[in-house]
Design a protein around this ligand. Structure first.
Ligand SMILES: [Zn+2]
Ligand SMILES: [Zn+2]
Length: 387
C-alpha cells in the first residue's frame, strides 16, 4: 500500500503494494488479476480479508450484472471485484480513525450510505437515495462493497467505519462471514415491528437467509416458528436452528397446514425468502387479518398479486433490502452469545484461488452445499459435516 498522510499501519501487519483480486469480465467470467491495495480515507479502515462467503446475490451479479451498479451501469468489464459477505483483520487506519485497532478482527456489512440523505438520516442506509453515487463529480461517499464499489473476492478491502462489526476471538472466520446473513433476517424482523416474542412466524424458503431467519425469530422469542420448503435435508437444518414445525410444500397444502398449526387463523408474520412465483399469494393467505409479510427474496419475473385480499384483510407488505438500522450488530450479539449456531449452514471451504470451483458448488448445490466460504490464507478444500 502506498503510504498516505495520516494513514496508520503497523510492522506486525505488513501490507504489500499489490494484491490478488478476482475481477468480473463478461457475464459469468471471473479472472484472477493483481490490483493495487486500496488506501483508507477519513472514516475508513483497510481490512485484510480472511474469509468470504458466497451469496446467491453474488451469483446473480456475476451472471446478470444486477443488482450491482458500477459507474451508473452494469458491472461487466469494469475491473470490478464482487463479493460482499467477508470478514477479516483491520490492518490500516484512515486519518483520524481511533474507533478500531490494527490487528482487531471484524466482520462487515455491505452498505455505507451517504450519511446525508433522508433515508440515511433515518438509519435506512441500505435504501440510500444516493445509491451508487461514489465516483467522479457525483461522489456522495456512498459505498456498497461488492455492489457499487469493489468487494471481497480479493485480499484487502477498504470499509467505512459504519460497516464494521467487532467480533470476539471465539467466533471462527467462517461463522463471522454469516453475521451479515443473520443481520438481513434481523432487519426484516425489525421492520415488521421488531418485538416478535410470543408472535407466530412462518419463514418460507430454507436458503441461508431463511434458515438464519428461523434462528433469529426463535432467539427473539417467536412462537411457533414454522419453516416451509421443498428439500427435507434443509428443513432438518431448520429444525436444528429452532423451527417448531417444518412443512415440505410438495406433500401438503401449505396454507391449510400453516393455519391448522396455528389455531385456524393464520400467523402474525411471514418472512418470504423463497422468491417462488406463487410465494406472495401464499404468504398473504398464511398471515392472519392485520398480519405482516416481509419480502426478502428477489423473484426473477414480475409477480401477479391478489391486491383485493391484501386490502380486505389489512395486510402489510414490506420490501426489505439488505441489513439497515445496525441489524448486523444485533445479529452478532445473538451469535457471540451462542443463542443459535449459524455454522450449521456453512458446508464447504475453498482457497481464494479456487473461487470458480467454490462458485460451482454454491450454484449447483454440489454435495448439498449451502454456504460456501473461500479463504485467502491458503486452505485445503474441505467439507464441513452438516450433521
Ligand atoms: Zn449476500
Ligand atoms: Zn444516503
Amino acid at each position: 500500500m502506498d503510504a498516505a498522510p495520516g494513514v496508520k499501519t503497523s510492522p506486525d501487519f505488513p501490507i504489500p503494494d499489490k494484491m490478488k483480486a478476482w475481477v468480473l469480465g463478461n457475464p459469468g467470467e471471473l479472472k484472477l488479476t493483481e490490483k493495487p491495495v486500496p488506501v483508507p480515507k477519513r472514516a475508513e479502515v483497510l481490512v485484510r480479508i480472511d474469509a468470504v462467503a458466497i451469496c446467491a446475490t453474488d451469483l446473480e451479479i456475476i451472471d446478470h450484472g444486477s443488482p450491482a451498479l458500477i459507474q451508473g451501469g452494469k458491472p461487466f468489464n469494469k475491473n470490478f471485484t464482487p463479493g460482499h459477505e467477508y470478514m477479516g483483520t483491520v490492518v490500516a487506519l484512515g486519518p483520524g480513525v481511533d474507533e478500531y485497532k490494527i490487528g482487531q478482527r471484524v466482520t462487515v456489512e455491505i452498505h455505507a450510505g451517504c450519511g446525508q440523505c433522508k433515508r440515511c438520516r433515518e438509519g435506512m442506509y441500505t435504501s440510500c437515495h444516493n445509491y451508487g453515487l461514489n465516483y467522479g463529480d457525483v461522489d456522495k461517499g456512498h459505498r456498497a462493497n461488492g455492489f457499487t464499489t469493489d468487494g471481497g473476492f480479493c485480499e484487502y478491502q477498504i470499509n467505512n467505519l459504519n460497516t464494521l462489526v467487532a467480533i470476539p476471538d471465539a467466533m471462527s472466520d467462517e461463522e463471522a462471514t454469516l453475521v451479515v446473513t443473520a443481520g438481513t433476517a434481523m432487519y426484516g424482523l425489525t421492520e415488521l415491528g421488531g418485538l416478535v416474542a410470543g408472535e407466530s412466524v412462518v419463514v418460507t424458503g430454507p436458503g441461508p437467509i431463511g434458515l438464519l431467519g428461523v434462528a433469529v425469530a426463535k432467539a427473539m422469542g417467536a412462537y411457533p416458528v414454522i419453516l416451509t420448503g421443498t428439500r427435507d435435508n434443509r428443513l432438518k437444518i431448520g429444525k436444528e436452528l429452532g423451527a417448531d414445525h417444518v412443512i415440505n410444500v410438495r406433500n401438503v397444502d401449505v396454507v391449510e397446514t400453516v393455519k391448522r398449526l396455528n389455531g385456524g387463523k393464520g400467523v402474525d408474520y411471514v418472512v418470504e425468502c423463497s422468491g417462488a412465483p406463487n410465494a406472495v399469494n401464499e404468504a398473504i393467505r398464511m398471515v392472519n387479518r392485520g398480519g405482516k409479510v416481509c419480502l426478502a427474496a428477489f423473484p426473477h419475473a414480475e409477480t401477479p398479486v391478489d391486491v383485493a385480499h391484501i386490502v380486505r384483510n389489512n395486510i402489510y407488505l414490506y420490501g426489505i433490502r439488505g441489513e439497515g438500522k445496525s441489524a448486523t450488530h444485533r445479529a452478532e450479539a445473538f451469535m457471540s452469545q451462542k443463542r443459535f449456531d449459524a455454522t450449521k449452514i456453512h458446508t464447504h471451504t475453498f482457497a481464494l484461488e479456487d473461487l470458480p470451483t467454490a462458485i460451482r458448488y454454491a450454484k449447483d448445490r454440489v454435495d448439498d452445499a449451502i454456504k460456501v466460504v473461500v479463504k485467502a490464507k491458503g486452505v485445503a478444500a474441505h467439507r464441513v459435516a452438516a450433521e
